[in-house]
Structure formats: C-alpha cells, structure tokens
Design a protein around this ligand. Structure first.
Ligand SMILES: *Cc1c(COP(=O)(O)O)cnc(C)c1O
Length: 406
C-alpha cells in the first residue's frame, strides 16, 4: 500500500512550500551526465547545472562511488571529532591553492559568513574595533544570510528585514578609482567576485583585481574573493584567481565543490587562520564526511589537465555557436564570461526578457539560467559531451527561432 503523498506534482509546491521560489512547471526526477528526465519521462539537456553546481553532470560514477562508499562507512560525527574525508579534502585544497588552511561549512553563504567574520576578527585583533569596514561591489551576490545580503550589492535582497549589518559600503564593480576613493585605514576587507555571476556574468578586468590587491596591501585590508560560482574548474583553472594571477587572502568556495552535495569552504593562510581560535566560529555539519568524500572525488576529477583544458575548448564551442545564434535572430548583442560560465546579453528588443528565453528553451527540452532580467546564463557540466553540446545548442537555436518569429 502506498503512502498518501507518494504521488506529488508541481501543484503541490503552491500548497505546501513557502512561496519564496517560482520553480518551472515540470519536476525533474532523474539525471545522467548532461541529461535530465522529468516525471512524464521527457528528456531535457541541462546547461543550467543546478546553478553552476553539477560540475560533473548528474550521477557521475566517481561521485556516486564516493558517496555510496562513504554512506556505508560513516555519515556524521560533528566537529567534536575530525574525520578522514575532511582532512583529505583540506590537504587537497591546500596543495592546489595559495591557502594553508580550510574551514568547511555547508553553503556559499556560510563560506562568506566565515570569510567576513574572519576578516573582522583579524582587524579587531590587530588594529582594534575601528577597523571593521567592508567594501563590496554594486550588484554583487554573496548569499542570503543577513550578513551576506548586507554585504551583497543588491538592496532588493536586504531591504525589509530590519536593521542591516552596518559598516559596509558598495562601490561600482570594475571601477578602481571608486575603490580607491572608498578604501581607508578603517577598511578591514574588500570582497570581490572575480566574475559577478548572479548579476549578469560580468568578468573583472585583470587591472582591477591587481589594483584592488595593491590598495588592500596599502591599507592593511584583506582581499576576499568570493569564488562560490567561479571556483572548482568553472573558468578552466581550478579557481578564477589563478586565471587572473591575483591572489586573495581569503577565498570562499561552494557550489561546484560538492558537485551537487551541499558543502562550502573558506580557504586562507596560516597567519589569518590563527585568529579563529577554538570556539570562535563553527557549524554542526561543517566537514561532514559524506560531503567531504564527494568533494574529494570532485577535485580528483576536475583538477586534472584534461578536464581543465576541456573547459577552455568547450568555451570556444559555446561562444562561437551562441554568437552565431545571437546575431542570426537579433536576440543578444554580446556573449561574455570565462570557461563554462557564459552570459548572453540580450539585445535592446529583448531586454528584461531573459525569463521568456528560459521558457522558450524549456519548451525545446533545454535547461538554461537567467542572470538577472537581461542575461541568459549557461553553467553546464565541465565534462558535458560534444554530442550534448551540439544537441543542446540546436535546441537553443530552435527556441530562439520560435521566440523571435512569434
Ligand atoms: C550562489 C552564490 C553564493 C551563495 O551560495 P549559497 O550556497 O546559495 O549560500 C554566494 N556567492 C556567490 C558568488 C554565488 O554565486
């Protein structure tokens, strides 16, 4: 006998879920590689990647293997104990980056929360309470906790929840002069997304990041890179800072790090890490063995020359075809981004209508993303197969044709 709620449909969402999301009309039930099937058995190609999370697609054998192996061993012990997968993962991240130390948590917002708290703690310890100001950028996105929406540069996410965290200012992105004018000896940290993801896939200029590094050094401020969206191979390097050649003091990672299993990480140096002494910060699930076992497998596959070089090659494939489609149908004016984080900037006629493009693509069996109302975003699996790229872009072209003919 089946339980009363064995059969659920999209309509149930409107009945029993808090209405803070507006999910698509279909419910995905299964995925393999870059293909997804819905309740009705309809097959879709996934260029959304769970918002830059499913870095190796769906049900990748290495990840399924790591998860099931760990599931049979040990799920959770809390941070009253350490565990082998967490220590292996920390070693891997330390070996592959500027960092000496890792702090694990469960999401991007939490990784940033840890980064901001660390920056304030370091400044407090070294210089006193006056030095607590954080400079972020207009339109930036750092997560949805109260601290991270306060730091984020989109008031629509922070307004209406009572007093915000204070001591935070926002300067235009990619504008070194504006940062220079704002930074002072009261600044404890400058936080930048190397590519602004949520607000339209806007890559930083190299000179901007270099200049930010110099300004931070001059004012004893820490440079934080929010690599929640750009990290773990997305740009064709393990982290985007390596693509740019500008090293931060603190880096936050999440999304792709777990390939679909929730995990976040804050990476930093010995000198800074030592300020988070025993008891100053924590989370029950952080460094959970299941999450860390999967993340270890993600890094083993992603951090290889073949996969990273593949990202750069696939970027070219996407970009060339998307530019063609954009031009042919007058749909977009620019294709921007790095690696497999790509944004198509809608033309004047289609401005504000990214949702319509999303819907048209869905009708053709293709999952894409928006990045604000004016940009269609692609964040596919880094190992998306040639045949899926071609088929997916064929579907996207059909969507563009129907949309622009209608
Ligand atoms: C998605 C994202 C976050 C928030 O991550 P969550 O896991 O949703 O908390 C933070 N920063 C950037 C740049 C992101 O893209």
């Amino acid at each position: 006998m089946s339980a009363p709620h064995d059969t659920v449909q999209r309509a149930d969402f409107d009945q029993v879920m808090v209405p803070n999301y507006a999910p698509a009309a279909f419910i995905p039930v299964r995925g393999a590689g870059s293909r997804v099937w819905d309740q009705a058995g309809r097959e879709l190609i996934d260029f959304a990647g769970g918002i830059a999370v499913n870095v190796l697609g769906h049900a990748h054998p290495a990840l399924v293997g790591a998860l099931t192996e760990q599931a049979n061993k040990l799920w959770h012990v809390s941070n009253v104990f350490t565990n082998e997968p967490a220590l292996r993962l920390a070693h891997k991240l330390v070996d592959a980056t500027f960092a000496d130390r890792a702090f694990f948590c469960n999401s991007g917002a939490e990784a940033n929360e840890a980064a901001f708290k660390l920056a304030r703690r370091v400044a407090h310890d070294r210089f006193g309470p006056e030095k607590h100001e954080i400079i972020a950028t207009v339109n930036s996105f750092h997560g949805r906790t109260l601290f991270t929406v306060s730091v984020g540069g989109q008031p629509k996410y922070s307004d209406g929840f009572g007093p915000k965290i204070t001591g935070i200012s926002h300067v235009p992105y990619n504008d070194l002069e504006a940062l220079k004018a704002q930074i002072s000896d009261k600044t404890c940290a400058v936080v930048i997304e190397p590519i602004q993801g949520e607000s339209g896939v806007v890559p930083a200029d190299v000179a901007y990041l270099q200049g930010a590094r110099e300004l931070c050094d001059k004012h004893n401020a820490l440079l934080i890179f929010d690599e929640v969206q750009t990290g773990v191979g997305r740009t064709g390097e393990l982290f985007a800072y390596q693509h740019y050649g500008v090293t931060p003091d603190i880096l936050s990672s999440a999304k792709s790090l777990g390939g679909g299993f929730p995990i976040g990480a804050m990476l930093t140096t010995n000198e800074l890490a030592k300020h988070l002494t025993v008891g100053t910060h924590g989370t029950t699930y952080g460094g959970n063995p299941l999450a860390c076992a999967v993340a270890n497998a993600v890094l083993d596959v992603v951090n290889t020359p073949e996969v990273l070089a593949g990202v750069k090659a696939k970027h070219q494939q996407f970009k060339a075809r998307l530019e063609q489609i954009g031009e042919k149908y007058g749909l977009f004016t620019q294709v921007r981004g790095v690696g497999l984080l790509i944004g198509c900037v809608l033309s004047e006629a289609w401005k504000g209508k990214a949702k319509e493009v999303f819907n048209a693509a869905e009708k053709e069996g293709l999952m894409v993303l928006q990045a604000g109302p004016d940009v269609v975003r692609f964040a596919p699996s880094l190992v998306v197969e040639e045949a899926d790229i071609n088929e997916g872009l064929d579907r996207f072209e059909r969507a563009a044709a129907k949309l622009t003919q209608a």
